[in-house]
Ligand binder design. Structure first.
Ligand code: KG4
Ligand code: ZN
Length: 340
Protein backbone atom coordinates (compact mmCIF):
# COMPACT_ATOMS: atom_id res chain seq x y z
CA UNK A 1 0.00 0.00 0.00
CA UNK A 2 1.43 3.38 -0.98
CA UNK A 3 1.88 5.78 1.93
CA UNK A 4 -0.58 8.27 0.49
CA UNK A 5 -3.32 5.76 -0.22
CA UNK A 6 -6.50 6.34 1.73
CA UNK A 7 -7.93 3.52 3.79
CA UNK A 8 -11.64 3.69 3.06
CA UNK A 9 -13.90 1.37 5.02
CA UNK A 10 -17.60 0.77 4.39
CA UNK A 11 -19.22 -0.29 7.69
CA UNK A 12 -22.50 -2.21 7.74
CA UNK A 13 -24.68 -2.86 10.79
CA UNK A 14 -27.90 -4.92 10.79
CA UNK A 15 -27.76 -6.84 14.09
CA UNK A 16 -31.14 -5.70 15.45
CA UNK A 17 -33.58 -3.05 14.21
CA UNK A 18 -31.39 -0.46 12.49
CA UNK A 19 -30.12 -0.88 8.93
CA UNK A 20 -27.03 1.29 8.82
CA UNK A 21 -24.02 1.96 6.60
CA UNK A 22 -21.17 4.44 6.87
CA UNK A 23 -17.98 5.33 5.04
CA UNK A 24 -14.91 6.13 7.13
CA UNK A 25 -11.60 7.30 5.67
CA UNK A 26 -8.28 6.71 7.45
CA UNK A 27 -10.02 5.93 10.73
CA UNK A 28 -10.95 9.57 11.29
CA UNK A 29 -13.04 11.16 8.53
CA UNK A 30 -16.62 9.98 8.70
CA UNK A 31 -17.68 10.76 5.13
CA UNK A 32 -21.21 9.43 5.45
CA UNK A 33 -23.48 7.80 7.97
CA UNK A 34 -26.94 6.49 7.10
CA UNK A 35 -29.37 4.88 9.54
CA UNK A 36 -32.74 3.46 8.55
CA UNK A 37 -34.58 2.78 11.80
CA UNK A 38 -37.35 0.22 12.18
CA UNK A 39 -38.55 1.58 15.51
CA UNK A 40 -41.91 2.71 14.14
CA UNK A 41 -42.52 -0.71 12.56
CA UNK A 42 -41.88 -2.59 15.82
CA UNK A 43 -43.46 -0.06 18.19
CA UNK A 44 -46.96 -1.49 17.85
CA UNK A 45 -45.66 -4.88 19.06
CA UNK A 46 -43.89 -3.34 22.09
CA UNK A 47 -40.50 -4.74 21.01
CA UNK A 48 -38.48 -6.03 18.08
CA UNK A 49 -40.15 -8.85 16.13
CA UNK A 50 -37.18 -10.81 14.71
CA UNK A 51 -38.76 -11.99 11.46
CA UNK A 52 -40.08 -8.53 10.63
CA UNK A 53 -36.65 -7.08 11.42
CA UNK A 54 -34.92 -9.40 8.92
CA UNK A 55 -37.45 -8.61 6.22
CA UNK A 56 -37.07 -4.86 6.80
CA UNK A 57 -33.27 -5.17 6.50
CA UNK A 58 -33.80 -7.00 3.18
CA UNK A 59 -35.92 -4.12 1.94
CA UNK A 60 -33.54 -1.35 2.97
CA UNK A 61 -29.96 -2.62 2.84
CA UNK A 62 -29.35 -1.75 -0.83
CA UNK A 63 -30.64 1.82 -0.52
CA UNK A 64 -28.81 2.43 2.75
CA UNK A 65 -25.47 1.30 1.29
CA UNK A 66 -26.03 3.27 -1.91
CA UNK A 67 -26.85 6.42 0.06
CA UNK A 68 -23.73 5.96 2.18
CA UNK A 69 -21.54 5.69 -0.93
CA UNK A 70 -23.21 8.62 -2.69
CA UNK A 71 -23.01 10.88 0.38
CA UNK A 72 -19.33 9.99 0.80
CA UNK A 73 -18.73 10.57 -2.93
CA UNK A 74 -17.01 7.22 -3.32
CA UNK A 75 -17.76 4.10 -5.31
CA UNK A 76 -16.80 0.47 -4.80
CA UNK A 77 -13.44 0.96 -6.51
CA UNK A 78 -12.46 3.46 -3.78
CA UNK A 79 -13.15 1.04 -0.92
CA UNK A 80 -10.32 -0.74 0.89
CA UNK A 81 -12.56 -3.21 2.75
CA UNK A 82 -16.09 -3.82 3.95
CA UNK A 83 -16.67 -4.26 7.68
CA UNK A 84 -19.84 -5.95 8.86
CA UNK A 85 -21.36 -6.99 12.18
CA UNK A 86 -21.49 -10.81 12.45
CA UNK A 87 -22.72 -11.04 16.07
CA UNK A 88 -24.13 -10.80 18.62
CA UNK A 89 -27.68 -10.05 17.49
CA UNK A 90 -30.73 -11.54 15.81
CA UNK A 91 -29.64 -14.29 13.45
CA UNK A 92 -31.92 -13.31 10.56
CA UNK A 93 -30.97 -9.66 10.85
CA UNK A 94 -27.24 -10.43 11.01
CA UNK A 95 -27.46 -12.71 7.94
CA UNK A 96 -28.89 -9.92 5.78
CA UNK A 97 -25.97 -7.57 6.48
CA UNK A 98 -23.46 -10.38 6.25
CA UNK A 99 -24.74 -11.69 2.91
CA UNK A 100 -24.82 -8.17 1.46
CA UNK A 101 -21.30 -7.37 2.72
CA UNK A 102 -19.89 -10.64 1.39
CA UNK A 103 -21.45 -10.15 -2.03
CA UNK A 104 -20.15 -6.58 -2.31
CA UNK A 105 -16.65 -7.37 -1.01
CA UNK A 106 -16.35 -10.39 -3.31
CA UNK A 107 -17.53 -8.43 -6.35
CA UNK A 108 -15.20 -5.52 -5.54
CA UNK A 109 -12.25 -7.85 -4.86
CA UNK A 110 -11.59 -6.37 -1.41
CA UNK A 111 -11.31 -7.90 2.07
CA UNK A 112 -14.30 -8.64 4.28
CA UNK A 113 -13.92 -7.69 7.95
CA UNK A 114 -16.12 -9.44 10.53
CA UNK A 115 -16.86 -7.17 13.48
CA UNK A 116 -18.16 -7.98 16.94
CA UNK A 117 -21.04 -5.56 17.55
CA UNK A 118 -19.95 -4.99 21.17
CA UNK A 119 -16.45 -4.04 20.09
CA UNK A 120 -18.11 -1.64 17.65
CA UNK A 121 -20.01 0.09 20.45
CA UNK A 122 -16.78 0.83 22.31
CA UNK A 123 -15.06 1.98 19.10
CA UNK A 124 -17.83 4.56 18.58
CA UNK A 125 -15.84 6.61 21.11
CA UNK A 126 -12.85 6.88 18.74
CA UNK A 127 -15.00 8.55 16.08
CA UNK A 128 -15.36 11.68 18.18
CA UNK A 129 -12.36 11.30 20.50
CA UNK A 130 -9.51 10.13 18.25
CA UNK A 131 -6.94 11.14 20.86
CA UNK A 132 -8.02 8.57 23.47
CA UNK A 133 -5.08 7.07 25.32
CA UNK A 134 -4.85 3.44 26.47
CA UNK A 135 -5.43 1.84 28.90
CA UNK A 136 -9.16 2.59 28.77
CA UNK A 137 -11.92 1.22 30.96
CA UNK A 138 -15.18 0.87 29.07
CA UNK A 139 -18.63 0.56 30.59
CA UNK A 140 -20.66 -1.04 27.81
CA UNK A 141 -24.38 -0.85 28.52
CA UNK A 142 -26.74 -1.90 25.76
CA UNK A 143 -30.03 -3.72 25.27
CA UNK A 144 -28.34 -7.11 25.41
CA UNK A 145 -25.11 -6.55 27.36
CA UNK A 146 -23.64 -4.92 30.43
CA UNK A 147 -19.86 -5.19 30.63
CA UNK A 148 -16.86 -3.57 32.23
CA UNK A 149 -13.97 -4.01 29.81
CA UNK A 150 -10.31 -3.08 30.14
CA UNK A 151 -8.80 -2.04 26.80
CA UNK A 152 -5.00 -2.32 26.97
CA UNK A 153 -4.56 -1.34 23.32
CA UNK A 154 -6.48 -1.50 20.05
CA UNK A 155 -8.40 -4.80 19.87
CA UNK A 156 -6.59 -5.95 23.02
CA UNK A 157 -9.08 -6.21 25.83
CA UNK A 158 -10.21 -8.15 28.87
CA UNK A 159 -13.77 -8.42 30.20
CA UNK A 160 -13.73 -7.62 33.94
CA UNK A 161 -17.44 -7.87 34.67
CA UNK A 162 -20.71 -8.79 33.02
CA UNK A 163 -24.38 -9.13 33.87
CA UNK A 164 -25.50 -12.42 35.35
CA UNK A 165 -29.08 -11.95 34.19
CA UNK A 166 -30.76 -8.95 32.53
CA UNK A 167 -28.72 -6.31 30.71
CA UNK A 168 -29.21 -2.71 31.85
CA UNK A 169 -31.04 -1.76 28.63
CA UNK A 170 -33.20 -4.87 28.85
CA UNK A 171 -34.27 -3.81 32.36
CA UNK A 172 -35.13 -0.32 31.05
CA UNK A 173 -37.18 -1.89 28.23
CA UNK A 174 -39.04 -4.36 30.46
CA UNK A 175 -39.83 -1.78 33.16
CA UNK A 176 -41.00 0.73 30.52
CA UNK A 177 -43.30 -1.90 29.10
CA UNK A 178 -44.74 -2.70 32.55
CA UNK A 179 -45.30 1.01 33.14
CA UNK A 180 -47.15 1.29 29.84
CA UNK A 181 -44.50 3.63 28.41
CA UNK A 182 -43.18 3.24 24.87
CA UNK A 183 -40.50 1.21 23.12
CA UNK A 184 -37.52 1.34 23.28
CA UNK A 185 -37.87 1.89 27.01
CA UNK A 186 -34.73 3.83 27.93
CA UNK A 187 -35.64 7.22 26.46
CA UNK A 188 -39.23 6.94 27.79
CA UNK A 189 -38.09 6.10 31.31
CA UNK A 190 -35.65 9.01 31.17
CA UNK A 191 -38.43 11.35 30.07
CA UNK A 192 -40.90 10.13 32.71
CA UNK A 193 -38.19 10.25 35.39
CA UNK A 194 -37.49 13.92 34.64
CA UNK A 195 -40.69 14.88 36.47
CA UNK A 196 -40.55 12.10 39.07
CA UNK A 197 -39.17 11.77 42.60
CA UNK A 198 -36.29 9.28 42.62
CA UNK A 199 -36.62 8.85 46.39
CA UNK A 200 -40.31 7.88 46.25
CA UNK A 201 -39.65 4.13 46.06
CA UNK A 202 -36.93 2.27 47.90
CA UNK A 203 -35.64 -0.15 45.24
CA UNK A 204 -32.79 -2.69 45.61
CA UNK A 205 -29.22 -2.01 44.45
CA UNK A 206 -27.79 -5.48 43.92
CA UNK A 207 -24.01 -5.34 44.34
CA UNK A 208 -23.27 -9.13 44.48
CA UNK A 209 -20.05 -10.28 46.23
CA UNK A 210 -17.80 -7.47 47.50
CA UNK A 211 -15.01 -8.25 45.00
CA UNK A 212 -17.26 -8.88 42.02
CA UNK A 213 -17.50 -6.53 39.05
CA UNK A 214 -20.51 -8.45 37.72
CA UNK A 215 -24.02 -6.98 37.54
CA UNK A 216 -27.52 -8.25 38.23
CA UNK A 217 -30.66 -6.30 37.31
CA UNK A 218 -33.41 -8.91 37.37
CA UNK A 219 -34.13 -8.39 41.10
CA UNK A 220 -34.61 -4.67 40.51
CA UNK A 221 -36.91 -5.33 37.57
CA UNK A 222 -38.92 -7.81 39.67
CA UNK A 223 -39.19 -5.29 42.52
CA UNK A 224 -40.75 -2.78 40.12
CA UNK A 225 -43.15 -5.40 38.72
CA UNK A 226 -44.16 -6.38 42.28
CA UNK A 227 -44.97 -2.77 43.16
CA UNK A 228 -47.16 -2.51 40.06
CA UNK A 229 -48.90 -5.86 40.69
CA UNK A 230 -49.59 -5.13 44.35
CA UNK A 231 -51.06 -1.73 43.47
CA UNK A 232 -53.20 -3.32 40.77
CA UNK A 233 -54.57 -5.93 43.18
CA UNK A 234 -55.44 -3.22 45.69
CA UNK A 235 -56.96 -1.06 42.99
CA UNK A 236 -54.45 1.71 43.75
CA UNK A 237 -52.68 3.99 41.31
CA UNK A 238 -48.90 4.10 41.12
CA UNK A 239 -47.14 7.39 40.46
CA UNK A 240 -45.45 6.22 37.25
CA UNK A 241 -43.01 9.08 37.00
CA UNK A 242 -41.84 8.49 40.57
CA UNK A 243 -41.38 4.78 39.90
CA UNK A 244 -39.50 5.50 36.64
CA UNK A 245 -37.22 7.95 38.46
CA UNK A 246 -36.60 5.54 41.35
CA UNK A 247 -35.82 2.70 38.93
CA UNK A 248 -33.48 4.83 36.79
CA UNK A 249 -31.59 6.00 39.86
CA UNK A 250 -31.20 2.42 41.13
CA UNK A 251 -29.72 1.26 37.78
CA UNK A 252 -27.38 4.23 37.63
CA UNK A 253 -26.27 3.78 41.27
CA UNK A 254 -25.20 0.20 40.54
CA UNK A 255 -23.47 1.06 37.25
CA UNK A 256 -21.59 3.94 38.86
CA UNK A 257 -20.60 1.97 41.98
CA UNK A 258 -19.21 -0.96 39.96
CA UNK A 259 -17.39 1.37 37.57
CA UNK A 260 -15.78 3.24 40.47
CA UNK A 261 -14.75 -0.07 42.03
CA UNK A 262 -13.07 -1.11 38.77
CA UNK A 263 -11.29 2.25 38.47
CA UNK A 264 -10.01 1.98 42.06
CA UNK A 265 -8.50 -1.37 41.16
CA UNK A 266 -6.87 0.01 38.01
CA UNK A 267 -4.87 3.10 39.01
CA UNK A 268 -3.13 3.04 35.59
CA UNK A 269 -6.46 3.76 33.84
CA UNK A 270 -7.10 7.46 33.26
CA UNK A 271 -9.95 7.19 30.74
CA UNK A 272 -13.47 5.89 31.14
CA UNK A 273 -15.41 5.35 27.89
CA UNK A 274 -19.15 4.76 28.04
CA UNK A 275 -20.68 2.78 25.20
CA UNK A 276 -23.98 1.26 24.05
CA UNK A 277 -27.55 2.53 23.99
CA UNK A 278 -27.82 3.13 27.75
CA UNK A 279 -24.77 5.42 27.50
CA UNK A 280 -27.29 7.90 26.06
CA UNK A 281 -28.86 8.17 29.52
CA UNK A 282 -28.28 11.65 30.92
CA UNK A 283 -28.44 10.63 34.59
CA UNK A 284 -25.70 8.06 33.98
CA UNK A 285 -23.55 10.58 32.10
CA UNK A 286 -24.09 13.35 34.66
CA UNK A 287 -23.59 11.14 37.71
CA UNK A 288 -20.33 9.72 36.38
CA UNK A 289 -19.13 13.19 35.41
CA UNK A 290 -19.85 14.42 38.94
CA UNK A 291 -18.26 11.40 40.64
CA UNK A 292 -15.10 11.53 38.53
CA UNK A 293 -14.74 15.34 38.61
CA UNK A 294 -11.70 15.45 40.85
CA UNK A 295 -10.21 12.01 40.19
CA UNK A 296 -8.03 12.80 37.17
CA UNK A 297 -10.15 10.43 35.06
CA UNK A 298 -11.34 11.56 31.65
CA UNK A 299 -14.94 10.57 30.93
CA UNK A 300 -15.97 10.19 27.29
CA UNK A 301 -19.08 8.94 25.55
CA UNK A 302 -20.35 9.01 21.99
CA UNK A 303 -22.98 11.53 20.88
CA UNK A 304 -26.52 10.19 21.28
CA UNK A 305 -26.80 9.02 17.65
CA UNK A 306 -23.57 7.04 17.93
CA UNK A 307 -24.52 5.42 21.27
CA UNK A 308 -27.24 3.30 19.69
CA UNK A 309 -26.62 0.88 16.81
CA UNK A 310 -24.91 2.37 13.76
CA UNK A 311 -22.60 1.52 10.87
CA UNK A 312 -20.02 4.19 11.74
CA UNK A 313 -18.87 2.33 14.85
CA UNK A 314 -18.53 -0.86 12.77
CA UNK A 315 -16.39 1.00 10.22
CA UNK A 316 -14.27 2.42 13.07
CA UNK A 317 -13.58 -1.02 14.59
CA UNK A 318 -13.13 -2.31 11.02
CA UNK A 319 -10.33 0.20 10.43
CA UNK A 320 -8.20 -1.40 13.16
CA UNK A 321 -9.02 -4.91 11.99
CA UNK A 322 -7.94 -3.83 8.51
CA UNK A 323 -4.63 -2.44 9.82
CA UNK A 324 -4.07 -5.80 11.59
CA UNK A 325 -5.04 -7.67 8.41
CA UNK A 326 -7.73 -9.54 10.35
CA UNK A 327 -9.58 -10.41 7.17
CA UNK A 328 -12.61 -12.68 7.48
CA UNK A 329 -13.10 -15.83 5.45
CA UNK A 330 -15.89 -16.02 2.85
CA UNK A 331 -17.39 -18.64 5.15
CA UNK A 332 -17.95 -16.11 7.94
CA UNK A 333 -21.32 -16.92 9.49
CA UNK A 334 -23.67 -15.04 11.82
CA UNK A 335 -22.97 -15.75 15.50
CA UNK A 336 -26.05 -14.57 17.46
CA UNK A 337 -24.48 -15.25 20.87
CA UNK A 338 -21.01 -13.90 20.09
CA UNK A 339 -19.12 -12.77 23.20
CA UNK A 340 -16.32 -10.31 23.63
O1 KG4 B 1 -26.84 -0.40 21.89
P1 KG4 B 1 -28.25 -0.48 21.53
O2 KG4 B 1 -28.79 0.47 20.51
O3 KG4 B 1 -28.66 -1.89 21.04
C1 KG4 B 1 -28.09 -3.07 21.52
O4 KG4 B 1 -26.99 -3.42 21.07
O5 KG4 B 1 -28.75 -3.65 22.40
O6 KG4 B 1 -29.04 -0.29 22.90
C2 KG4 B 1 -30.43 -0.26 22.97
C3 KG4 B 1 -30.80 -0.09 24.41
C4 KG4 B 1 -32.29 -0.27 24.65
O7 KG4 B 1 -32.48 -1.17 25.71
C5 KG4 B 1 -32.75 1.14 25.03
O8 KG4 B 1 -33.84 1.16 25.91
C6 KG4 B 1 -31.50 1.69 25.67
O9 KG4 B 1 -30.45 1.21 24.88
N1 KG4 B 1 -31.47 3.16 25.69
C7 KG4 B 1 -31.49 3.90 26.83
C8 KG4 B 1 -31.53 5.25 26.45
N2 KG4 B 1 -31.52 5.30 25.07
C9 KG4 B 1 -31.48 4.02 24.64
N3 KG4 B 1 -31.48 3.50 28.11
C10 KG4 B 1 -31.53 4.47 29.06
N4 KG4 B 1 -31.59 5.79 28.78
C11 KG4 B 1 -31.59 6.22 27.49
N5 KG4 B 1 -31.65 7.54 27.22
ZN1 ZN C 1 -26.00 -2.35 20.03
Amino acid sequence: MAETENITILGIETSCDETSAAVLVNGKDLKSHIISSQIETHRKYGGVVPEIASREHCLHIKDVVEQALVQAEVDFSDLSAIAVTYGPGLVGSLLVGLAAAKAMAYAAGIPLLGINHLEGHVYANFLEHPDLQFPILSLLVSGGHTNLILFKGHLDYEVLGKTRDDAAGEAFDKVARALGLGYPGGPYIQKAAASGDAKAFNLPRVMLEPQSLDFSFSGLKTAVLNILNTAKMKGENVAKNDLAASFQEAVVDVLVAKTKKALQRLPQVKTLALAGGVAANSLLRDTLAEELKNCGIRLVYPSIELCTDNGAMIAMAGYYHYLNKNYASWKLNAVPGLNL
